[in-house]
Design a protein around this ligand. Structure first.
Ligand SMILES: Cc1cc2nc3c(=O)[nH]c(=O)nc-3n(C[C@H](O)[C@H](O)[C@H](O)COP(=O)(O)OP(=O)(O)OC[C@H]3O[C@@H](n4cnc5c(N)ncnc54)[C@H](O)[C@@H]3O)c2cc1C
Length: 473
């Protein structure tokens, strides 16, 4: 059973995993199945990290279950179970509504090809070349171009095409036209094969099933257990963690917490080579999000309006406008009762990208007033699609970058880890502090449900190699 706190923990484990986000959970499960003794520490009261949910008076809200690529089915089947993978289902309708176009798609390569050729009049050969190019992009052949340059090559001057191709990805991982094209290409190709997927039954049931698997694999799972320090020998080698005032020995430690917090806060300042610390300090945190959760009254139903509705009133795609506090672009995720039989109610979550700085450094009074303004503006906007929305709901709540920071300890409430330069810092950490690894959202490509889970697997393999055979604790 998952226990609260650290009472009864063993003196030492092969691996201590700090943080039970999708990266940390997947890493812990894989290592335990490989025969390693694993302690999983989560500071919050529930597992999942950003893959989370909350209940309010008969409502249940998903926080980060808007959609993920088809690759999640394979990852979950291989590293968790077939039972969990079998509940992943495709979203039916992704809608776009902005001043440049209105359309509905299933977000598959076939349908996007049709749209680009027939509705946007792009030559079929250009569409095919773009898809082939993005699919072939990989780390090793990175030519250093930005996403803006990539679009300029294939669709010069076509702001409408750029919007169609970029806007969902900006929502999906906070990336901009100035980020490396490779980070766009990899994420776009992941989505743009067989559409967008969700977990039937919601995040609570998904994480509940993963928790059962973790326990069955023998992971010692602890909530309300906050790692305060990562302990090292004078040569930098990792030997354990301090958690809730208790010291636990470990032959290796995996941090699933924020990359910068791991390197700059959890380790003593003199442990890492100075140039490595400097490199970590220079890593930029990705942006954050605001969400407005709207729960409809019992008995209130709506006609199908799409699963994801990307809306914007901005004239063209503009990441600054997407991040601005005066919101012009929102994604509505609609959760119909059919997918949520345990709740039987409709919920709508309006997400917008946001900057941490816009929501901090103000009085509590102003903060509350700004949240109320965001709620009102969202209801106004949503009434374009659901004119009776103000009569239909009986619960509304707003989350801001501060909320995400509070529940996950992510610096700046970052929804998607760090910018691209975080990747070498995350990957090279074991060279700087032997036995210490990092997994979870970094560098855009390792973020999102699929990216974080896959990175958990990659890091588990590295840890297993580091530990070697025949010396389990
Ligand atoms: C609003 C929003 C919407 C999103 N929508 C989608 C979506 O539709 N599709 C998609 O694929 N992705 C989405 N994402 C992103 C996705 O949820 C994340 O990228 C992914 O879940 C991150 O996993 P992670 O492994 O990096 O860990 P995280 O989820 O970041 O979890 C890290 C965990 O570590 C714990 N922790 C940190 N420090 C400590 C410590 N010192 N001691 C103990 N525990 C600690 C935290 O409490 C947390 O539980 C969304 C994110 C947000 C915020």
């Amino acid at each position: 059973m998952t226990q609260r706190g650290v009472n009864g923990v063993r003196d030492a484990y092969d691996v201590v995993v700090i943080g039970a986000g999708l990266g940390g959970m997947t890493c812990a499960n894989r290592l335990a199945r490989a025969g390693r003794s694993v302690l999983l520490l989560e500071q919050h009261t529930q597992l999942g990290g950003l893959a989370t949910w909350f209940r309010r008076k008969g409502h249940l809200f998903d926080v980060a279950l808007h959609g993920f690529p088809v690759g999640m089915i394979k990852t979950v089947r291989k590293y968790w179970s077939k039972e969990v993978a079998d509940r992943i289902t495709q979203l039916r309708g992704i809608r776009f509504d902005n001043p440049q176009f209105r359309l509905t798609t299933d977000y598959t390569r076939e349908d996007f090809t049709r749209l680009l050729v027939e509705d946007f009049s792009v030559p079929a050969a250009t569409v095919q070349a773009f898809f082939d190019h993005t699919r072939s992009m990989n780390f090793y052949d990175d030519d250093g171009r930005t996403t803006r340059e990539l679009f300029e090559e294939f669709f010069p001057g076509r702001t409408d095409v750029v919007r169609l191709l970029m806007e969902p990805i900006t929502y999906a991982n906070g990336s901009t036209l100035d980020d490396p094209a490779i980070s766009y290409g990899i994420v776009f190709s992941n989505f743009m094969s067989k559409g967008v997927y969700t977990f039937h039954g919601g995040t609570d049931e998904f994480i509940g099933l993963l928790e059962k698997e973790l326990l069955a694999s023998g992971v010692d799972v602890r909530t309300k257990a906050r790692a305060e320090r990562i302990l090292t020998e004078p040569d930098g080698r990792v030997v354990g963690v301090a958690v809730n005032g208790v010291t636990v020995g470990a032959r290796s430690v995996v941090s699933n917490g924020n990359l910068k917090s791991t390197v700059l806060d959890l380790l003593d300042a003199d442990v890492l080579p100075a140039d490595f610390r400097t490199q970590a300090e220079a890593v930029r945190i990705n942006t954050s999000s605001c969400q407005v959760y709207i729960g409809l009254k019992e008995g209130e139903t709506i006609d199908y309006m799409g699963d994801l509705v990307f809306t914007s009133t901005a004239p063209t795609f503009d990441t600054d406008a997407m991040l601005a506090k005066e919101v012009t672009s929102r994604t509505y995720s609609v959760y119909y009762p059919e997918n949520r039989q345990s709740v039987g109610r409709t919920a709508i979550v309006a997400s917008s990208n946001a900057r941490y700085e816009d929501w901090t450094g103000m009085s509590e009074e102003l903060y509350k007033a700004d949240k109320a303004r965001l709620a009102e503006a969202t209801l106004d906007d949503l009434s374009r699609y659901l004119p009776r929305i103000r009569e239909m709901y009986d619960h509304l709540e707003v989350a801001t970058p501060r909320t995400f920071e509070r529940y996950t300890l992510h610096r700046g409430g970052s929804s998607f880890g760090t910018k691209f330069e975080g990747l070498p810092v995350s990957q090279n950490l074991p060279q700087a502090a032997p036995g210490l690894f990092h997994t979870g959202s970094v560098a855009i490509i390792m973020s999102g449900w699929l990216g974080a889970a896959n990175y958990g697997v990659i890091v588990a393999n590295e840890v297993d190699k580091y530990l070697g055979r025949g010396q389990e604790t």
